[in-house]
Design a protein around this ligand. Structure first.
Ligand SMILES: *Cc1c(COP(=O)(O)O)cnc(C)c1O
Length: 376
């Protein structure tokens, strides 16, 4: 097969040929042409979030987690205290990195199959006035559940606490409007719903808190305030930029706008998600989440109960048919995940379901019905 396999993973994901071709050029990191490319990307990112008046956007080299870590280190004072409502693996990661940055971090444990509760966050904030910031994962990619960003933002605003949002797997697809939702920082990355390639993150920082961030970071490379000041002065990244990644993201954003922006992207992902869930249901598979809390980003399915099921073989079977699945991330029940994002549409989702059906046949599994115990 000379076609790339379809990545049904939440980043890296399948990109268009145009986005891939945008990387066939070398850029000088000091050159005015590359500075203009960076400036254009930053401006169009602010367009997407309607944040030109209220926010700046600071790009950072590395995978998405680098930017989450940088946002915590830059936004939260060293004697600050972070609250992380926890309904999944990415929440746990955010709590852990906050702690490792030397910040006091409290976790609010929540059920994995449900959105976190803004009312519970409020109770926790009222009970502990020392908490300075909430770190919220918008779409918890570990399960696919969407958390209530607007409600938590309102609580934080009302109680005068900072809000840092990991919108890595939702930005560009789910609606986020800085004019309506108040956040101090919001983090996303090149290789998720904007359908660029992985290699850089970016953090929207509220202008009103930006100056106060000077000197918070205990890391040189991860200091977003310093990166912003330097970029403002020189138009350049402080350290070697991921030039090809920036070029690919610029091309990916152009296609995003051509497609119709956030509403069109969301509509395509919703259609992908529905096509996937319906097709899998016909094979007996059951999603972990109730439909009303499922974000159209990634779907967690229960593993089939059949004794012949083995994720590795299942994965290899789908891969041989051109589709890359994703392992589950739950500790209690056996699951696997299928991404709905990337430069793919209904046809690819149908073909993916066919590949799963074919793989089950090969494994001698009549259908995808999970164990009754897994369904509670
Ligand atoms: C992808 C993702 C990240 C970043 O993961 P990396 O592997 O560092 O790119 C962080 N948070 C969420 C919710 C994500 O989906």
């Amino acid at each position: 097969m000379d076609r790339d396999r379809i990545l049904l993973t939440p980043g890296p994901l399948t990109t268009t040929l145009r986005t891939k071709l945008a990387m066939l050029k070398d850029w000088g990191s000091w050159d005015a042409d590359f500075n203009a490319l960076t400036a254009g990307v930053r401006s169009r990112l602010l367009d997407i979030v309607h944040g030109h008046d209220s926010h700046v956007v600071v790009p950072l080299q590395g995978s998405g987690t680098f930017s989450v870590e940088a946002a915590v280190a830059t936004l939260v004072p060293r004697d600050g205290h972070v609250l992380v409502p926890d309904n999944g693996a990415y929440c746990k990661r955010a709590a852990r990195l906050s702690q490792m940055m030397g910040r006091k971090a409290s976790v609010l444990p929540c059920a994995e199959e449900s959105p976190i509760s803004a009312a519970e966050v409020e109770r926790q904030l009222l009970a502990d006035p020392g908490i300075t910031h909430v770190v919220l994962i918008h779409c918890e990619t570990g399960t696919g559940v969407e958390n209530p960003l607007q409600a938590v933002a309102e609580v934080c605003q009302r109680l005068g606490r900072g809000l840092i949002v990991d919108a890595m797997s939702s930005f560009g697809a789910l609606p986020i409007d800085a004019r309506e939702t108040r956040f101090d920082a919001l983090i996303a990355a090149s290789g998720k719903c904007l359908e660029g390639v992985p290699g850089m993150g970016f953090v929207f920082i509220r202008k009103a808190v930006l100056d106060g961030c000077a000197g918070n970071s205990q890391s040189l490379a991860m200091d977003l305030h310093d990166q912003h000041v330097y970029m403002g002065k020189t138009g350049q990244w402080r350290f070697t930029p991921p030039t090809h990644v920036v070029a690919a993201l610029a091309e990916a954003i152009t296609q995003y706008v051509e497609e119709g922006g956030q509403t069109a992207r969301l509509a395509r992902y919703v259609d992908n998600c529905r096509t996937l869930v319906d097709g899998m249901a016909a094979l007996g598979f059951k999603p972990l989440l109730r439909p009303e809390v499922q974000a159209p980003i990634i779907v967690t399915f229960h593993a089939p109960a059949h004794a012949a099921y083995d994720f590795k073989r299942f994965y290899e079977g789908a891969k041989a048919r051109g589709f890359m699945l994703y392992p589950g991330k739950l500790t209690q029940v056996e699951t696997f995940r299928v991404g709905c994002i990337g430069a793919i549409g209904r046809n690819e989702m149908r073909q993916a379901v066919d590949a799963v059906a074919d793989t089950l046949r090969e494994m001698g599994i009549p259908d995808g019905t999970p164990a009754a115990a897994a369904l509670g």
